[in-house]
Design a protein around this ligand. Structure first.
Ligand code: ATP
Length: 304
């Protein structure tokens, strides 16, 4: 698969503050790619640098191997995090503006999409709710029939039905060959739509890969210990354990292989109700950005 989008060593500083730091990832052509990260991680800044709306301090962004140039704007649709609709214009006037600006824009598709979202095109943008503004921007972007869609929180403020609809539209766009990169704090939505993800944390890449690959072979093993004082002899040093979290009597270990054998080990140490849990994207995200609760082998004062 050729790579549509290549972000290499991207860096963006605001004065002394580093918003994006040596960020590199690739988005294959036709892929739905989720950009995840805590508040302030640098997702919007990354999108703005990709589109030349913020000047990167260093690094490069290539679309199909080429740097961003005016001719490429026709093939890229962008939905920013905040509304860029003109308050004094109606939705229909926005449709007309897009028709004039982009040759591939399909006004009929735009009106159909707006109707699906329940948006009256006669309304002025200032009369739209937050969610309706987001839906309008998504409808206008989808109707562009663009090769690349960059969507910054495209489900923000939408009700669950419209959120689901946006996800379906994203999947449809990819099915027709478009590349979609989107951010969302709704990790379940990203899991549903995205084939690959990058997690950024404080401007830096924390994790990247195909969702299936990130889950493959990894399991969570959970156990309950009889009291809050217990020893986990050498468990955190076990090469299968990528992470160990303990909350009171409950131990949760992220294991990268041999989950069944690891169950036996925890049972031998006194754990009960030991079970293997499949990893979901939320676990992967939290493991990437949240520090481990416990790294020592001992909790509650027992010795190793
Ligand atoms: P959220 O999920 O909350 O939308 P984000 O991951 O999109 O966050 P960004 O909006 O990219 O995060 O912001 C990254 C960091 O850069 C934040 O600390 C933010 O305060 C800072 N930042 C963004 N724009 C500017 C600016 N114009 N001037 C100074 N700092 C900025």
């Amino acid at each position: 698969m050729s790579s549509t989008l290549t972000v290499s060593h991207l860096r963006k500083t605001y004065g002394p503050y580093v918003a994006v730091d040596d960020l590199s990832f690739e988005v294959p052509e036709g892929c739905v790619f989720g950009l995840l990260g805590p508040n302030g991680a640098g997702k919007s800044t990354t999108f703005k640098c990709m589109l030349g709306l913020a000047r990167a301090t260093a690094g490069s962004v290539l679309f199909g191997g080429k740097p961003l140039e005016p001719a490429l704007f026709e093939s890229i649709a962008y939905v920013p995090e905040r509304s860029v609709l003109y308050d004094w214009m109606t939705v229909a006037e926005h449709v007309e503006m897009q028709r004039r600006a982009f040759t591939s824009f399909d006004p009929k598709a735009a009106y159909e999409l707006l109707a699906q979202f329940g948006i009256d095109p006669r309304k002025k943008a200032r009369a739209l709710s937050k969610g309706m503004k987001t839906a309008t921007m998504v409808a206008l972007a989808i109707a562009r029939r663009a090769q690349t869609l960059i969507l910054d929180e495209p489900t923000s403020g939408l009700d669950p039905i419209n959120q689901r609809h946006v996800l379906n539209l994203i999947i449809n766009e990819s099915a027709r060959g478009a590349t979609v990169i989107f951010s969302s704090h709704q990790i379940g939505q990203v899991e549903r739509a995205a084939e690959s993800i990058a997690v950024i944390d404080r401007g830096r890449l924390a994790l990247e890969g195909a969702v299936d690959d990130l889950k493959a072979g990894r399991k969570i093993v959970e156990a309950i210990f009889p009291s809050e004082t217990y020893a986990l002899d050498g468990v955190s040093g076990d090469s299968r354990v990528a992470r160990l979290d303990r909350t009171g009597r409950i131990v949760r270990a992220l294991v990268t292989s041999d989950a069944g054998e690891f169950v036996t080990r925890l049972e031998a140490l006194g754990g009960s109700g030991v079970r293997i849990v499949d990893l979901n994207l939320e676990d992967i995200f939290l493991y990437a950005v949240a520090p481990s609760d416990a790294t020592a082998d001992v909790v509650g004062g027992a010795s190793k």
